[in-house]
Design a protein around this ligand. Sequence first.
Ligand SMILES: Cc1cc2nc3c(=O)[nH]c(=O)nc-3n(C[C@H](O)[C@H](O)[C@H](O)COP(=O)(O)OP(=O)(O)OC[C@H]3O[C@@H](n4cnc5c(N)ncnc54)[C@H](O)[C@@H]3O)c2cc1C
Ligand code: SF4
Length: 542
Amino acid sequence: MSGRPPAESASPADGAADRSPVEDADVCVIGAGPAGGIVAERLAQAGREVVVLEAGPRFDFDDRLARQERAIRPAYDRPDVWDGDPERDAHSASGEWFYPLNHARVKGVGGSTLHWQGMVMRLHEDDFRSGTARGVGVDWPLEYDDLRPYYAEAERELGVAGGEDNPFAPPREEPFPMEAFPPSYSDGLFAEACDELGIEMHSVPNARNSESYDDRSACVGYGTCQPVCPSGAKYDATVHVERAERKGATVIDRAPVQRLEHGPDAIEAAVYATPDGEYRQAADAFVIACGGVETPRLLLLSKSSHYPDGLANSSGLVGRYFMDHLFAGMGGVLEEPTRQNHVGFLTSESHQFYDEADAEFAPFKLEFFNYDGPSPVEMALSGDDWGDDLLERLRSEYGNHVGLGGLVEQLPREDSYVALDYDRTDDRGNPVPDVHWNVGDRALRTIERVNEIQRELLEELGAEITWQVDAENTGPAYHHMGTTRMGTEPTESVVGPDLRTHDLENCWIASSSVFPTGGAMNPTLTIAALALKAADHVLESV
Ligand SMILES: Cc1cc2nc3c(=O)[nH]c(=O)nc-3n(C[C@H](O)[C@H](O)[C@H](O)COP(=O)(O)OP(=O)(O)OC[C@H]3O[C@@H](n4cnc5c(N)ncnc54)[C@H](O)[C@@H]3O)c2cc1C
Ligand code: SF4
């Protein structure tokens, strides 16, 4: 008995499925998140024999309401919603800054998009040339223009509802696939304060349906998008994984790859564990799409006499330069109710200050929360009053909160990395990933700057400020980047601009792990654009 509410009872029994390898596979994709799903779908569409190996289970769509129930019951922690397993997902966090890895990912078909928020912006032009334009970090080996057609395609693939009202966004010619969601009630309150302070608000591109799209319904407003959208209106990578299957790909779940067998120049097979034993999947090409932490971990676990420091690691950089976006936030209470309905996603942002970034200050964006305060249940659980007293408190304190967020870029640093912790093992006896996360002064300085703007806005609104996330108590946005960076020089990077590892002729990486710098935009649209590009390059070779 797991102690979890019913969703798990609907999971298929271990060992019920055939998890044996696929013969004559052209491509083995490892990981079934958005990166792996998109690559697999593209390659299957082109007629290649594709097999996808996914560490976690396949979740039944019909269980989503039960998972939603878990999400709203305070007794269940975030990793419980998608059946996180503490032994399978064991990890360490040895850096100056604690990293809560299992709140930052989901293992299973769909990957972390099962519980993501779904904000999808393009990086700005200067994000691709940080070293040149901002005097810190490094330039990408690609420019915005190189990725631009892939960005447009990624927006169609994910299904993005967005508007043309963002004057700070990088250039685009084509409209978004769907109209943006309208601004919320509390956006309207913030808009008045923004007008006074000369801050421009605009819509947020969302990977959720503002109308029926791609055989999935329009958003019906459950508001529990993070960590579960029961309607399927929010994009998650099961869309691409299932589409890949319909085009002939084989998806093997509960199949964590343990190591990659290889010669000096190429991978030969992925050795994977299953509930009924270990198998070996051979293929002509391999695409590693295990996310920003497990991708370097798998390479490090695959060390050999050819690559004593880890596979594809002749540069010594596998795992180095781990980055996340830093969160800066502030909120308060208004004297009036905000009359804000609970909305599970954001409708307005400001990218006004983004391109002012330089060596001193990082790029950042401002987020206007659709938030009216803790829910009545949370309020009830946090007090010691009952009956009429409790009712009175709920009536007077519920529904009058406002909140602001912000994401800040962290620069790549050598002392911020993912390594193996040889003192701890997972359920298969493998050393666990150790996220050694260090942040740096530029990001912390920028958080103070974001807080200043947030304070001005809340004061303009007349709010009493009740909470603040600042440089002292900041945390990650759960965007894992940088650990197999992309570059032209094999001594300074792990993959080239074609996403192929410099060391191995048949191994590509699809992940934010290849980002040389992170910008301050949520990463997944860029991950999807790069996955489409990687698929093109794989197709040239198999
Ligand atoms: C709470 C939350 C909110 C977020 N909100 C946003 C947002 O609003 N916008 C945005 O852009 N991004 C957001 N993200 C980040 C986003 O979810 C990730 O960027 C995205 O899912 C990464 O895609 P991926 O395919 O590279 O990796 P993942 O989605 O992590 O998928 C990797 C897959 O590989 C599998 N895997 C790992 N190791 C192995 C192995 N050895 N063998 C086989 N399979 C393996 C994993 O089980 C997993 O399913 C959010 C993340 C979180 C946690
Ligand atoms: S608000 Fe929309 S996207 Fe979010 S959970 Fe509900 S239906 Fe899904």
